[in-house]
Write a protein that binds this ligand. Structure first.
Ligand code: SF4
Length: 268
């Protein structure tokens, strides 16, 4: 069986959600504008490092999504997102703080790692390996509509995805480049160091989570976030409440999908 960060993160968010998604094959419909825009934007970044026209790439990729019935949030629209994306790309090129050597090798890099007792492996796709302001590091791109919190100092080192990728690659210097689509767009260049101890702990967490998955422990457990109930924003709510209309609005069924969960890494 092949595992990925997204699978482990789904299980830790709510084991029942994992079962809906990875065992029963229910997928969230691919209509979230923000997610599709993020994919188009990452392709535009790749175009930039490959010395192609990033703006033309963004326009082409985002136009392909235009006729899908997209779900927008925060007052977004197709035109507005495109405009923000173009401004962000311009700013990114002008600031010139990221360097990627040999971009064909160092963008969207696949790492795999065998897991004991030998029947499982863990797969990760890292966005880039390069330099931020001359510091060699592993880099993740993020597109978002609000800035990432930078306080208190050191917060980024607790980001589980960065810890996971550091564990997978053995690279301790990690960075997130956050493209913030707000009224006045902004790019955050966040950098931190992941320790050996964090990497070891993450390896233990992966082992323990896989043991629970393989023991079929899928009790619903969405966590407590008073006064909000995390179930209210969960795409699988319709299944847990047995409400067909909610299921049909949010999900599609992909039977026999239990071996393909790692492909999610390409979509987030
Ligand atoms: S609706 Fe709640 S209990 Fe059901 S899968 Fe989602 S988070 Fe878990």
């Amino acid at each position: 069986m092949t595992y990925s960060y997204t699978q482990i993160s789904h299980y830790l968010t709510c084991p029942r959600r994992y079962r809906h998604r990875y065992l029963d094959g229910w997928l969230e419909k691919d209509s979230r504008a923000a997610m599709l825009f993020g994919r188009a934007f990452e392709k535009a970044l790749a175009a930039y490092f490959l010395r192609e026209d990033p703006g033309a790439s963004l326009f082409r990729e985002w136009t392909e999504c235009q006729n899908q019935s997209l779900r927008y949030s925060n007052g977004d629209s197709w035109d507005r997102m495109l405009q923000q994306g173009i401004i962000l790309l311009d700013r990114f090129c002008q600031e010139d703080r990221i360097r990627i050597r040999q971009p064909r090798r160092n963008l969207q890099i696949k790492f795999s790692r065998p897991l004991l007792p030998g029947k499982n492996e863990f797969v990760a796709y890292v966005d880039a390996i390069g330099k931020l302001d001359d510091t060699p590091c592993l880099i993740e791109w993020k597109t978002t509509s609000s800035r990432y919190s930078e306080e208190p100092d050191g917060l980024l080192a607790l980001d589980p995805q960065l810890v996971c990728y550091s564990w997978m690659t053995g690279i301790s210097e990690v960075a997130q480049v956050v493209f913030v689509r707000k009224r006045l767009v902004e790019i955050q260049y966040l950098h931190t160091t992941i320790t050996d101890e964090q990497r070891q702990e993450f390896g233990q967490l992966v082992k323990d989570t896989i043991r629970r998955i393989e023991s079929a422990e899928f009790l619903p457990h969405s966590g407590i976030r008073f006064p909000q109930n995390p179930c209210s924003t969960c795409p699988y709510l319709g299944l847990c409440l047995a409400k067909r209309q909610l299921v049909e609005t949010a999900l599609i069924r992909r039977p026999g999908a239990e071996g393909l969960g790692w492909l999610d890494e390409l979509a987030y």
